[in-house]
Design a protein around this ligand. Structure first.
Ligand SMILES: [Zn+2]
Length: 550
C-alpha cells in the first residue's frame, strides 16, 4: 500500500515531514516525496491519496480497561439496558428518579446497576446517602458505581442482601461509611463493595468476550494500536475479584483467532486473580495479540470518594485519611513473586502516603535484585506526591504512568483535588513537568473505562491543563504543562513490559502502526485540537479502523 499526497509526521528529527509512505508486509518500506514513493508501485499496490491528511505514528495507551470500555459502548448502543449511565445526572434526586422508573418495570428483587455518578455534578463535595435510593426502590437492590470506579452508592435493599448492618466490622481494604448513629450510610469504599458484588451474577463468558471485542474496536477507532489493560473491570465497572480467568483467557484466544483483534493488548492481572498465572497454570501468551505482562496491585483508592491514602487528613473532611487496599507486607510478597516469575508489577498509588509506600516497596525490591530493569516496576497515577518521592521515582528509574486528563478544571478553575488537599497543597499534584525535569520515565494513558474521550483529550490536557472549554485561561498550575513534543511522545512511544521502549519514529523497517488524522497535533491551534478527527488506524499495515478514507 502507498499513502501519498499527505503530511506524514515521522517524529524522526532527521526527516520530520514527508509526503508519502509505502507499506510492504506490515512494515514501512519507504518514506519520501510522493513521486519517489509512487515509483515503487507494482500492479498489486493500493495507492491511497490522502488529500493532505496527516499521518502520525499510531497512538499508544499504557493504562485503560478494555472490557469496561466495551460494556460502556454496548450499554450506549442498547439504550442503557445493562446499567444506568449517570455521568450527566445533576442531582441526587435525578438519580433516584431514574432508579424509580427502572424499578417500576422490573420484578422486585431484580438488581439495578448504574455507573459514573459524581456528587460534584450534584453541586456538592459530600457523598450521598442511601435514603433517596431506598425510597425510590425499596424492593430492588441498587448498586451504583461512582465515576472513580472505586466506590459505590447502594440502597437499603442492597445492604440487606449483602448483610451489611450497623454491627458489621470494617472490611479488609475498604470502608463502610456510616451515619452519625453508626448505620451504614449507603457508601461503600474500595473493597467494601465486594460483599455486595458477591451477591449478583457476574457477567457470562459471552458478555465478557463481546465486551472485550467492542472495547478493542472502540479503542482502535481512537487511533490506538497498543494498550495495557490495567485490570478487568467487568460489569458494572468495578475491579473484579472473582473472574474465571482460565475460561476468560480461552475465550479471548478464540476471539483473536476468529478475527484478529484490532489492538495489541497487554493484560495486567489483579493480585487477587494472579495465583494461577504465577503458578504457570494459565499461559501468559494467550494469542498473537494478547499476553499477560503484569500483576496489578492497588495500594489505595481515589480522591473523589476520599479513598486515596494521605499523610494528613482530607482538607474537606478531616475525619478521613483514605484507605489502603493492601499491607506493605502483601505488596512485598506480590512484587517478589511477580518479578521472580518474569512479570512486571504495576501499582495504583494516588495519595501521597500510598506513593511513599509503593516507592518504599519498589526500592526494597530493586535493592534485592540489582540486575533487573527497574521499568518492569510501574507506578500508576502518582497523583499527589511529596517532592522527595517525585525525585525518588526518577532516581529509582521505575516507569511512571500518568493520566494528564485527570486534570479537569471546573468552571471556577479549580480541580476536585484542590478540595480534597486544599488549594495551597495541590502544587505537587499531577506534577508532570517536574517529573520530566527530574528525568522520570513517563508513559501516557487515558485510564478510560467508560466510552472513550476524544482521542487527543489527554494530549490536550497535558499541554494546556485546561478543561475542554479552555478554563482556566492560563491552565491549572501552568508550570506543570508539558511541551507538545513531550506530550505526543507519551502517547506514541511504547513502553514494553520488559522495560525497553519501542520508539515512535517512522522509519524504513519499522512496523506500519499508523494513525491518519485531520490535523497535526504538533501545530494545530490549541482551541481546535479537540476537533481533530481520526480517519484511520493501521496496525502493521492492516486497517483496523477507517471512516472510508482508506
Ligand atoms: Zn485504571
Amino acid at each position: 500500500m502507498i499513502l501519498t499526497n499527505g503530511e506524514i509526521v515521522t517524529l524522526d528529527p532527521a526527516r520530520p515531514r514527508v509526503a508519502a509512505l509505502a507499506i510492504r508486509q506490515g512494515r514501512i518500506a519507504a518514506l519520501g516525496p510522493s513521486q519517489e514513493v509512487e515509483a515503487l508501485r507494482t500492479p498489486e499496490t493500493r495507492v491511497v491519496d490522502l488529500g493532505g491528511k496527516v499521518v502520525l505514528p499510531s497512538l499508544k495507551d499504557h493504562h485503560l480497561h478494555v472490557n469496561a470500555v466495551g460494556f460502556a459502548v454496548m450499554n450506549r448502543a442498547s439504550q442503557q439496558a445493562l446499567r444506568l449511565e449517570l455521568t450527566d445526572a445533576a442531582s441526587e434526586q435525578e438519580v433516584a428518579d431514574r432508579v424509580r422508573r427502572r424499578a417500576a418495570r422490573l420484578p422486585p428483587g431484580t438488581w439495578i446497576f448504574g455507573a459514573a455518578w459524581n456528587q460534584i455534578r450534584f453541586g456538592t463535595q459530600a457523598l450521598p446517602t442511601h435514603h433517596a435510593l431506598t425510597a425510590a426502590a425499596p424492593e430492588h437492590p441498587v448498586f451504583l458505581v461512582r465515576v472513580d470506579a472505586h466506590s459505590a452508592w447502594v440502597n437499603a435493599a442492597a445492604l440487606r442482601v449483602a448483610g451489611i448492618t450497623r454491627t458489621t466490622p470494617e472490611p479488609y481494604g475498604g470502608q463502610i461509611r456510616r451515619l452519625p448513629g453508626g448505620e451504614p450510610s449507603g457508601i461503600l469504599i474500595e473493597r467494601a463493595v465486594e460483599a455486595v458484588m458477591e451477591k449478583y451474577a457476574q457477567p457470562s463468558d459471552a458478555e465478557l468476550t463481546e465486551s472485550f471485542r467492542a472495547g478493542a474496536a472502540a479503542i482502535a477507532a481512537q487511533g490506538i494500536t497498543d494498550v495495557y489493560d490495567a485490570a478487568f473491570l467487568p460489569f458494572p465497572g468495578i475491579v473484579a475479584m472473582n473472574l474465571p480467568l482460565e475460561r476468560f483467557f480461552d475465550a479471548l484466544c478464540r476471539l483473536d483467532a476468529a478475527e484478529p483483534l484490532p489492538v495489541r493488548v497487554n493484560l495486567m492481572v489483579p493480585a487477587a486473580l494472579a495465583g494461577a498465572v504465577l503458578r504457570g497454570q494459565v499461559s501468559r501468551e494467550i494469542s498473537p495479540r494478547l499476553r499477560v505482562t503484569h500483576i496489578k496491585l492497588f495500594c489505595d483508592g481515589a480522591f473523589g470518594s476520599r479513598g486515596a491514602a494521605l499523610s494528613r487528613p482530607y482538607d474537606d473532611d478531616p475525619a478521613q485519611r483514605g484507605c489502603y487496599r493492601m499491607t506493605r507486607a502483601e505488596m512485598d510478597d506480590w512484587i517478589a513473586r511477580a518479578l521472580d516469575a518474569g512479570f512486571g508489577v504495576a501499582t495504583h498509588a494516588i495519595g501521597d502516603e500510598a506513593v511513599t509506600r509503593t516507592l518504599d516497596a519498589y526500592e526494597a525490591a530493586l535493592a534485592a535484585r540489582p540486575d533487573i530493569n527497574p521499568r518492569r516496576l510501574r507506578i500508576e497515577h502518582i497523583s499527589d506526591a511529596a517532592p522527595r518521592d517525585l525525585e525518588r521515582a526518577a532516581r529509582l528509574g521505575v516507569l511512571v504512568c500518568i493520566q494528564p486528563g485527570f486534570v479537569w478544571p471546573e468552571a471556577d478553575g479549580l480541580i476536585m483535588e484542590d478540595w480534597r488537599l486544599g488549594p495551597a497543597n495541590s502544587m505537587n499534584t499531577y506534577a508532570f513537568a517536574t517529573l520530566e525535569r527530574l528525568g522520570a520515565h513517563l508513559a501516557g494513558s487515558s485510564d478510560d473505562y467508560l466510552a472513550p474521550q476524544h482521542p487527543l483529550w489527554n494530549f490536550y490536557a497535558a499541554i494546556t491543563r485546561k478543561n475542554p472549554e479552555g478554563i482556566p485561561r492560563h491552565g491549572w498550575h501552568p508550570q506543570e504543562k508539558l511541551s507538545r513534543a513531550s506530550a505526543l511522545r507519551l502517547f506514541t512511544e511504547f513502553h514494553l513490559p520488559g522495560g525497553d521502549v519501542r520508539p515512535a519514529a517512522l522509519a524504513p523497517g519499522a512496523p506500519a502502526d499508523l494513525v491518519v488524522l485531520s490535523a497535526n497535533p504538533l501545530t494545530a491551534e490549541e482551541s481546535s485540537i479537540l476537533k481533530t478527527r481520526v480517519h484511520a488506524t493501521l496496525l502493521e499495515g492492516r486497517v483496523t479502523h477507517t471512516d472510508g478514507t482508506i
